[in-house]
Unconditional design. Structure first.
Ligand code: CP
Length: 306
């Protein structure tokens, strides 16, 4: 990677991605590898999180480093008016790495411009979630045996879903075909569709979530409608349950189909899907640990032995 921070997946070349995925595979084989001894990482979570924060903190711990940070910004001096710049400069005094989630799009890039300490973007508003993309790519590679030439169907909140925005960029090296299924209010933004056009990526758009589409799919990527991004809660109420995946919708799906979801889920995957062997979202979250160990080593320029 050219930059030592990871703020957006478009910083990563195809070679970078494949190297990080290869290192994630090594960490899956041996997660307790003490390459961070003597180093301290900060997890600054200005927005709620379960998986991202805990898997990053587990990753640092398993690598032998230590973690400071917060998961509730109201307990910090930002509640007294401290600017993001000052918070980043202060934390930079104490640590070797900053992992940050923020509600403002561009916050991670801004942070990376005010400090020399590497920043990992753990999600900035509706913009990017590059570590999620890396674990999604790892999960796709693991379950499909390849990344190339796959049909990927993205369902739900494609407007505010930063994970789908990042995944389009991450998959752009591997000749995917996308199906975008969303209600009109939550369609994939023009920015991402223009990106697909520019890179020759095929995509189709639908408002109906049909078995015909599922049956032609290799990766079914379900997403939550993101209540916290809506300014009009009546609109949220109208669209929140528009697509629900039920087990009987999978009866004619491909053998290799796997269902991914960045989680948390609300209603969009019925609980009867959980026992279907094609449901992969719990293992996907587990893969986050290994992918994040590999990302931490990448930004800190730590070589991983076989
Ligand atoms: N997928 C994801 O970002 O989950 P959390 O919000 O729990 O971190």
């Amino acid at each position: 990677m050219k930059s030592k921070s990871l703020v957006s997946i478009d910083q990563c070349s195809k070679e970078d991605i494949l190297r990080i995925l290869d290192n994630a595979r090594k960490f899956e084989a041996n997660p307790n590898c003490k390459v961070l001894e003597g180093k301290v990482a900060a997890t600054l979570f200005f927005e709620p999180s379960t998986r991202t924060r805990l898997s990053f903190e587990t990753a640092v711990n398993r690598l032998g480093g230590r973690v400071i940070g917060f998961s509730d910004a109201s307990t910090t001096s930002s509640s007294k008016g401290e600017t993001l710049k000052d918070t980043i400069l202060m934390v930079s005094n104490y640590v070797d790495l900053i992992i940050m989630r923020h509600h403002l799009e561009g916050a991670a890039r801004y942070a990376s411009e005010v400090t020399d300490v590497p920043i990992i973007n753990a999600g900035d508003g509706a913009n990017q979630h590059p570590s999620q993309t890396m674990l999604d790519l790892y999960s796709i590679q693991k379950t499909q045996g390849k990344l190339t030439d796959l049909n990927i169907t993205m369902v739900g909140d494609l407007k505010y879903g930063r994970t789908v925005h990042s995944l389009i960029v991450g998959m752009s090296h591997f000749n995917p075909t996308f199906n975008f299924i969303a209600p009109n209010e939550l369609r994939m933004p023009d920015e991402q569709k223009n990106f697909c056009d520019k890179h020759g990526i095929k995509y189709n758009e639908y408002t109906e979530f049909t078995e015909d589409i599922i049956n032609q799919t290799d990766i079914l990527y379900m997403t939550r409608v993101q209540r916290e991004r809506f300014t009009d809660l009546e609109e949220y109420e109208r669209v929140k349950n528009v697509y629900i995946l039920k087990n009987d919708m999978l009866k004619n799906s491909r053998e290799n189909l796997r269902i991914l979801h960045p989680l948390p889920r609300v209603n969009e995957i019925a609980y009867d899907v959980d026992d279907n062997p094609k449901a992969y979202y719990i293992q996907q979250a587990r893969n986050g640990l290994f992918a994040r160990q590999a990302i931490i080593c990448e930004v800190l320029n730590i070589q991983i032995d076989n």
